[in-house]
Design a protein around this ligand. Structure first.
Ligand code: NAD
Ligand code: TYD
Length: 333
């Protein structure tokens, strides 16, 4: 079986490829990735060349997509611009990649007659949910340009199912954590800053709630949906634990034995969603169970960044995220 994975040099795509190659010995992966600032060849280090081929290309480029999709029966689409804070500063690349890129892939999937197309999306498309849990049928009410671009891509997928009978499925996952996450996202930024005894900028009152999903559990869920999910359906992939940001910071400080003085309260993110929480009943009915609990998953994640400074130090030294943070969060409280 030949599978096209888009964005496989990023955080979740790379973890997914590792899982697929480990548990499906007869599968081979073509990895179409443009190697943006968030892509990293080191994320694919050690993968067997006979079963994993990286093609550098943009998902919005029809020719690159055609070349990559040739002979593939399955497509798992991760490639996206993913950082909310960047989308607040400039949304243009989010629309090009997340919306136009998805349209180019869907058209190619029809031309190449792929059997299944899995579109990897996010809980952020539902917007902030003050209470209760988002179901797959809930309204899409995105609040950040990132979430709006993902919601647009979800609707595009839905329209291709209705109009062209595209064999597509959508998953919407909550906040992922684990190895190989670019250190601009909250958790790897926090852990790597604490390892360097630098402060973590906690936005606003720190009472925003996120639903934490270990990336390895996400990869299991994606493989399950890819193989057993019903075409045209949407599946939520919730985490094993919801948690306020200020509690997350306290837990990480405790695990790492660091002082509370390393938390710097800064101005809140614009349009910051207060709470995400997913109803995962539909995926459970398909047979999904989490393997990682939050506390041990968090400990293992801290240990991974501790042991892999050679992976993250060059990314932080390149400095893109720092310049960016400095621009946005000049006004500290
Ligand atoms: P990431 O930012 O770590 O990686 C994105 C990858 O896509 C990078 O390798 C990058 O080089 C590649 N890419 C970007 N633009 C491209 C383009 N135009 N053409 C080809 N490749 C391109 O992202 P991630 O955190 O691994 O997220 C993967 C997917 O999962 C995204 O679609 C995201 O919306 C979704 N998701 C993420 C989370 C999370 O917590 N990280 C949660 C739910 C859903
Ligand atoms: P993030 O990892 O950017 O994911 P998302 O915004 O997609 O949920 O942020 C997770 C939470 O942490 C979110 O509520 C914003 C907050 N946060 C901070 O408090 N400080 C930071 O420096 C970052 C990057 C995020």
């Amino acid at each position: 079986m030949k599978v096209l994975v888009t964005g496989g040099l990023g955080f979740i795509g790379a973890n997914f490829i590792r899982r697929v190659l480990a548990v499906r010995p007869s599968w081979a992966v073509v990895n179409l990735d443009a190697l943006t600032y968030a892509g990293n060849r080191a994320n694919a280090a050690g993968l067997p060349a006979s079963r994993h081929r990286w093609l550098r290309g943009d998902i919005a480029d029809v020719r690159a997509v055609d070349r990559a999709m040739k002979g593939c029966e399955l497509v798992v689409h991760f490639a996206a611009e993913t950082h909310v804070d960047r989308s607040i500063l400039d949304a243009s690349q989010f629309l090009k990649t997340n919306v136009i890129g998805t349209q180019v892939l869907l058209d190619a999937a029809l031309r190449h007659k792929v059997r299944r197309f899995l579109h990897v999306s996010t809980d952020e498309v539902y917007g902030s949910v003050p209470k209760g849990f988002s179901k797959e049928t809930d309204l899409l009410e995105p609040n950040s340009p990132y979430a709006a671009s993902k919601a647009a891509s979800d609707l595009l997928v839905r329209s291709y199912v209705a109009t062209h009978r595209a064999p597509a499925i959508i998953t919407r996952a909550s906040n992922n954590y684990g190895p190989y996450q670019y250190p601009e996202k909250a958790l790897p930024l926090m852990i790597t800053n604490f390892l360097e005894d630098k402060p973590f900028p906690l936005y606003g009152d720190g009472r925003q709630v996120r639903d934490w999903l270990h990336v390895d559990d996400h990869a299991r869920a994606l493989l399950l949906v890819l193989e057993k999910g019903a075409l045209g359906e949407v599946y939520n992939v919730g985490g094993s634990r919801t948690c306020e940001n200020r509690e997350l910071v306290r837990r990480v400080l405790r695990i790492m034995g660091k002082p509370a003085s390393l938390v710097a309260r800064v101005e809140d993110r614009k349009g910051h969603d207060r709470r995400y929480a997913l109803d995962g009943a539909k995926l459970r009915r398909l047979g999904f169970r989490h393997v990682h609990d939050f506390e041990s998953g968090l400990r293992a994640t801290v240990a991974w960044y501790q042991a892999n400074a050679a992976w993250w130090r060059p990314l932080k030294a390149a400095g893109g995220w720092r310049t960016y943070c400095a621009r946005q969060y000049r006004g500290r409280r």
